[in-house]
Design a protein around this ligand. Structure first.
Ligand code: ADP
Ligand code: RBF
Ligand code: MG
Length: 379
């Protein structure tokens, strides 16, 4: 986002973080803490995530014990928390684009080190639940293998050393602020992929800030480009959502010529958390009206700075009437770009029309057209 398309720096290997970058550890940690804190009559506040992202396990435990004023010592907390966490480790999902990225680097022979603030043993258990991942890393460094965890540069310096590379030849990929600081302190190039929304301003020291791993362009860093983009779109594992069309923000997008048919965010809360914000496209079905091409944004609409993450599907068809209350079914099949802010409403509208053209054309490709007949859309 913050970088031009010109080649900035040649790198020859990748040092990548695990929790929050490749896997969604926060989701599982949050679920456990929500239940655990109940025991002490406390309520897990998701905002606490902001503080513990990127901390070592000991620091994170200390933060929670102190901030919630728990009547126990940090090591008591740990001895209760870790068995609960270990039992749930197999439920930690990979983040969108993670699997694609590490397999791409592996296929092209780019050395990758997994460099995490987690302990070596925990890293090994976490990745064991993801098929083929272990083989993708030439080197693994945990915080218990160096004297200080991130934000100290030690983990990345050790990872570079074990890869036989100079730090300036390394590309670090990190979601957390301490991780970005560690990468810069080690003298590496750093891409930040913030795992929590609306935090971009905290990452000014990173060399590039991207919204999700779907937005990585390895060629900007002298690494082999992805070859799976087709006609400016990225095929994704299709996902399905549906429900009755409800009233949206009512800011008169019809006046802009861009009506978006909203679904209740409660009904697809899990999908909203799981999918990075951005512009996607796919097929939309209305039981009595048929199946239509569709382009949509998911996120906070930075131009309007919304408080809630929503899905805004624009059906690429001229309807003569509204269809509030009707069952709308969506299959989302591809990704176009991250959400952006714009200096004027005209430029936002122009960009959305560009998205429409990209989606309209792409949906005729065999990769995407095949989902048009999915019975989910009209049943
Ligand atoms: P809201 O704030 O309720 O979302 P909009 O101005 O975005 O209002 O209009 C969305 C409504 O317009 C949809 O709920 C639907 O009933 C109607 N509509 C008409 N044509 C379309 C279209 N091509 N795509 C999406 N919705 C459309
Ligand atoms: N809003 C933004 O603030 N930034 C965007 O980049 C953006 N992209 C969009 C792309 C598409 C295809 C659509 C349909 C909407 C997009 N919007 C974006 C959302 C737009 O602000 C919203 O749909 C209308 O304001 C209706 O609420
Ligand atoms: Mg709408």
């Amino acid at each position: 986002m913050s970088m031009s398309n010109s080649l900035k720096k040649l790198t020859s290997c990748v040092l990548i973080d695990l929790d929050g970058t490749l896997i969604n550890t926060d989701g599982v940690v949050g679920d456990i803490l929500r239940k655990y804190l109940c025991k002490y009559g406390k309520q897990w506040d998701g905002r606490e995530s902001l503080k513990i992202v990127g901390q070592t396990p000991l620091e994170a435990a200390t933060t929670i014990v102190e901030d919630y004023g728990l009547p126990c010592k940090v090591d008591e907390f740990n001895s209760e928390f870790y068995p609960l966490f270990s039992a749930q480790m197999d439920k930690i999902k990979s983040l969108p684009g993670a699997n694609r990225l590490i397999r791409h680097l592996k296929v092209h022979g780019v050395p990758v080190a997994l460099a995490s603030n987690s302990s070596r043993a925990n890293i090994e258990s976490k990745i064991s639940h993801h098929e083929g991942w272990k083989e993708c890393f030439s080197v693994i460094v945990g915080s218990d293998e160096v004297s200080k965890g991130k934000p100290s540069p030690d983990i990345f310096l050790e990872a570079a050393k074990r890869l036989n590379k100079d730090p300036e030849d390394c590309l670090v990929i990190e979601d957390s602020v301490p991780g970005v600081m560690a990468g810069k302190a080690a003298g590496t190039n750093v891409i930040a992929v913030p795992s929590l929304p609306k935090q971009t301003h905290l990452y000014t020291s990173a060399d590039e800030v991207i919204n999700s791993l779907l937005d990585i362009r390895p060629e900007k860093w002298g690494l082999p480009p992805f070859q799976d983009w087709i006609e400016n779109t990225l095929p994704i594992d299709p996902w399905h959502i549906g429900g009755p069309v409800i009233k949206g923000f009512g800011r008169g997008s019809k006046v802009l010529g861009i009506p978006t048919a909203n679904l209740s965010t409660k009904d697809y809360a899990d999908e909203l958390v799981e999918h990075p914000s951005g512009v996607y496209f796919g097929w939309a079905g209305l039981a009595t009206r048929g199946v239509f091409k569709m382009v949509m944004s998911i996120g906070w609409n930075p131009y309007f700075n919304n408080k809630e993450k929503t899905i805004e599907p624009w059906l690429l068809h001229d309807f003569t009437e509204d269809f509030y209350g009707e069952e709308l079914r969506l299959i989302i099949v591809g990704y176009i770009r991250p959400e952006a802010n714009f200096s004027s409403l005209e430029s936002l509208i122009a960009k959305i029309h560009e998205d429409r053209e990209v989606a309209e054309k792409a949906l005729d490709l065999p990769t995407y057209v095949k989902f048009k007949d999915d019975p989910y859309l009209t049943k």
